[in-house]
Design a protein around this ligand. Structure first.
Ligand SMILES: O=C[C@H](O)[C@H](O)[C@H](O)COP(=O)(O)O
Length: 221
């Protein structure tokens, strides 16, 4: 199976968690795009979808699916999204597509987070994928210096403005032995909107597409 077939298989498996009448949170990225395709084919009669990015909102609307405003929905029963890396404790790095802040908001407003990935995303420890940090343009240099003091090596993602009008610093070299604290520490730097460590709001169910089909993992910790 190639990587897209694995993503597609994981995305299709997530349909099992979508029930008629539900409100569904929808993440961002290539794996989620397969999930949107599967949703539009399935025609499950949900109440509507909350999008985690403008790209996802446009894709849902193009598929004829109803998009709801998070400010009108209250808590969401289920959120489906991909990840750039996921560890054995279901903590993730996200934001490869620059959508991390809205993703974290929708994920946090959701009762169940279903993470859909191909098997290349499973890691024993987070930190190989450069950590995306969303930063106000005004604070870019200051935040970069603080990240260097933490042991990181930040690079400005060229040509990218987030849905919130900000920039992304991609950071390598950080210490991921305590992801919960790392997430908090970076978010304490003035000028940081959010960062791509999802350790406080981690996934609840992990669906991994691999050569032998989709494996479902539930928390064992
Ligand atoms: O900002 C993007 C998101 O966090 C994505 O969920 C993540 O980058 C994974 O994307 P993909 O499914 O394309 O690998």
């Amino acid at each position: 199976m190639d990587v897209n077939e694995k993503k597609k298989a994981a995305a299709h498996a997530a349909l099992a968690y979508i029930k008629p009448g539900m409100i569904v949170g929808v993440g961002t990225g290539s794996t989620v795009n397969f999930f949107i395709d599967a949703l539009s084919q399935s025609r499950i009669d949900v109440e509507g979808y909350v999008a985690s990015s403008i790209a996802t909102e446009q894709r849902l609307k193009a598929a004829g699916l109803t998009v709801l405003d998070l400010n009108q929905t209250g808590d969401i029963p289920v959120y489906v999204d991909g990840a750039d890396e996921i560890d054995p404790y279901f903590r993730m790095i996200k934001g490869g597509g620059a959508a991390l802040t809205r993703e974290k908001i929708v994920a946090s407003a959701s009762r169940q987070f279903i993470c859909i990935v191909d098997d290349s995303k499973e890691k024993g420890m987070l930190g190989q994928f450069p950590l995306p940090v969303e930063v106000l343009p005004f604070a870019r240099s200051y935040v970069a210096r603080q990240l260097v003091k933490m042991g990181g090596n930040p690079t400005l993602r060229q040509g990218v403005t987030t849905d919130n009008g900000n920039v992304i610093l991609d950071v390598v070299g950080l210490d991921f032995t305590d992801p919960v604290n790392l997430e908090k520490e970076i978010n304490n730097i003035p000028g940081v909107l959010d960062n791509g460590v999802f350790a406080k709001r981690r996934a609840d169910v992990l669906l991994v597409g691999g050569d032998s089909g989709v494996q479902t993992h539930k928390p064992h910790f």
